[in-house]
Write a protein that binds this ligand. Structure first.
Ligand SMILES: O=c1ccn([C@@H]2O[C@H](COP(=O)(O)OP(=O)(O)O[C@H]3O[C@H](CO)[C@@H](O)[C@H](O)[C@H]3O)[C@@H](O)[C@H]2O)c(=O)[nH]1
Length: 465
């Protein structure tokens, strides 16, 4: 008797830690529900993630990204863009056109939208994967409207506040960073929070084009799987897919829910770097709710040498115990004698076992760049947040953390007083703890898990007929 084949789904993450982790959780959730997932990443990432989870039932395949050293992790946004647009497509195309491949669907991280075009060309259905809050997607989706209303201009080189200067170049930057965007269904977001405002004016312009191109490609999608939960913003929230059936917005997050509803979870957190677990024993000996955990994520968010120095001095002055995840290169910029002076006060590790650290009751708060995975990991463990957003979606996340969910405070610098005030505010605010529990229940409780099951049913019915 012929055994019916499981529908094969290809997952294409954007090649960075904060994207690969949630897509792997999603792949294992699909595996639990009778699909056969294949995850394709550049060689350097493939080497790091495939061995730890190879027995799970997910197939891992490597794509060449044209790097000279195949073990070097991709790091620069624009060189990644070049290899995504020019080197990877033909490899995926060959795979999809292979008759034996029998691919039912390709799930494409929207930051890797090149793969949507390939799937379209090959006649394979594609679903988008949006790795962060829906609110951030709404911001991208509103680009045409933002241009139309003049919040984001189309002409003139980047000159803030000067609305009279024009050149032939396309412009992508708000003239008034403090101007409210007033997007439908969204709490106040400001022009300065827009996702592409990173780096020099030229870099911002290129990122803006990146998003415009993404938006163009999204039009052919049937579904967008959002790594978030329903009703991020409860009041007046209306799900848009009622009047805009394509793409259908389906909630599949946050990853914690996928793990909780799968019988096949990842055996190991898919870290690109070795975790330094030496801090866990020390953490165990600290008083409950006393330790500050500090991390600025994995990739686009190094805060720079001078800020690292200032933060180090502020932490030392606070006298509070801390664990700081800071890679070895940046550790070199710490103030002279700092490591020796704080040897009893704290621990500095190049890469922390973050989820375990956050789960530990000794942790009182998390000073964070507000990456979406870190934010949800903190919510899962009910840890209050001191926000220092650095780039991309982190500004939107921080607005939600501080203004909508009220589970943290934002600081704009690392001066001693500012850091101490921020820490005191979150550590002493008992209502914040209650709000965190409510948010955790909403985002990761039974209702959210039912919603996830429902998503899989809809999706399976849609693609398997
Ligand atoms: O010492 C560390 C530091 C981080 N992590 C893990 O690394 C991940 C970091 O993810 P995230 O918090 O999302 O930050 P980034 O790595 O900076 O993620 C990028 O991708 C995210 C998803 O698109 C965006 O939300 C961010 O803004 C963007 O910088 C989390 O799972 C952490 O648990 C560790 O395990 N150990």
């Amino acid at each position: 008797m012929k055994v019916p084949q499981k529908p094969k789904i290809i997952f294409i993450p954007y090649p960075a830690q904060g994207h690969v982790t949630p897509i792997l959780h999603l792949a294992s959730a699909f595996l639990s529900r009778g699909f056969s997932p294949v995850v394709m990443t550049p060689e350097s990432i493939h080497r790091r993630i495939s061995t730890t989870n190879e027995d799970l039932g997910i197939t891992f395949l490597a794509l060449s990204d044209g790097q000279e050293r195949p073990d070097a992790l991709p790091s620069d946004f624009f060189s990644i863009e070049r290899s995504m647009e020019n080197i990877m497509p033909s490899q995926l195309e060959r795979f999809l056109l292979d008759e034996d491949a029998g691919v039912a669907c390709v799930v494409v991280d929207l930051l890797a939208s090149w793969a949507i075009r390939v799937a379209d060309r090959c006649g394979v259905p594609a679903a988008g994967f949006w790795p962060v809050m829906l609110a951030a997607y709404r911001m991208i989706e509103s680009i045409p409207e933002l241009v139309r209303t003049g919040i984001v201009s189309r002409k003139g080189n980047l000159i803030y506040f000067n609305i009279y200067t024009t050149t032939r170049n396309t412009i992508c930057c708000p003239r008034q960073p403090e101007r409210p965007l007033l997007l439908p269904e969204q709490p106040l977001l400001y022009a300065g929070d827009l996702l592409w405002l990173i780096g020099t004016p030229t870099a911002q312009k290129r990122r803006f084009k990146f998003w415009q191109r993404t938006l163009e490609r999204v039009k052919s999608l049937r579904w967008i799987l959002v790594n978030s939960f329903k009703d991020e913003y409860e009041r007046e929230f209306i799900i848009k897919d009622n009047n805009n059936p394509n793409p259908k917005i389906l909630y599949v997050g946050p990853s914690h829910n996928q793990a909780a509803t799968s019988d096949k979870t990842l055996t190991k957190n898919p870290s690109f770097w070795e975790e330094d677990r030496s801090c866990l024993g020390w953490l165990q000996e600290q008083k409950p709710n006393s330790v500050i955990y500090i991390s600025f994520g994995s990739w686009v968010s190094p805060i720079g040498e001078s800020k690292i120095r200032t933060l180090a001095l502020a932490l030392e002055a606070s006298g509070r115990p801390f664990i700081w995840a800071l890679n070895r290169v940046w550790q070199e910029g710490l103030p002279p004698g700092f490591v020796h002076r704080v040897k009893n006060q704290g621990r500095i590790v190049p890469w922390a076992p973050q989820i375990e650290v956050l789960k530990n009751d000794s942790v009182g708060c998390y000073l964070t760049h507000c990456g979406w995975n870190s934010t949800m990991e903190a919510v899962a463990s009910c840890r209050r947040l001191v926000c220092y957003p650095v780039a991309g979606d982190q500004f939107v996340n921080s607005r939600y953390i501080v203004d909508v969910w009220k589970i943290g405070v934002r600081i704009s610098g690392f001066g001693e007083k500012e850091v101490e005030d921020g820490l005191r505010k979150v550590m002493e605010d008992e209502e914040m703890g209650e709000r965190l529990k409510k948010l955790r229940d909403k985002a990761m409780g039974n209702e959210a898990r039912l919603c996830l099951d429902n998503t899989f049913t809809i999706f399976k019915d849609d693609i398997c007929g």
